[in-house]
Design a protein around this ligand. Structure first.
Ligand code: FES
Length: 107
């Protein structure tokens, strides 16, 4: 199991136990985390899985995948240097405890 901590815009947190190999988006949707929609199912065609990786974890999640940048242009909330498409982040044991900040809106 990989523990994820989602931080909502109001500062509240939702902790989720996710599976290795799962994407952050799938883990959020499977656990009904408000704020991650994942409309395209992870095909990198929607940007409704936009999230902000906590600064302390940015090195461990690595750089954006090819094409993520373009998709993020369509995100409903502000895009920052920590913006990622959560469907493109696959969970590994190294990401246990990952902190993910949720945007104000996805649609
Ligand atoms: S779920 Fe659609 S881009 Fe991530």
């Amino acid at each position: 199991m990989v523990q994820l901590i989602f931080v909502h815009p109001d500062g509240s947190q939702t902790e989720v136990d996710a599976l290795e190999g799962q994407s952050v988006m799938k883990a959020a949707v499977a656990n009904d985390v408000d704020g991650i929609v994942g409309e395209c199912g992870g095909a990198m065609m929607c940007a409704t899985c936009h999230c902000y990786i906590d600064e302390a974890w940015a090195d461990r999640t690595g750089p954006r995948e090819d094409g993520e940048e373009d998709m993020l242009e369509g995100a409903a909330s502000e895009v920052t240097e920590h913006s990622r498409l959560s469907c493109q982040i696959k969970l590994t044991p190294e990401l246990d405890g990952l902190v993910i900040h949720l945007p104000e809106e996805q649609l």
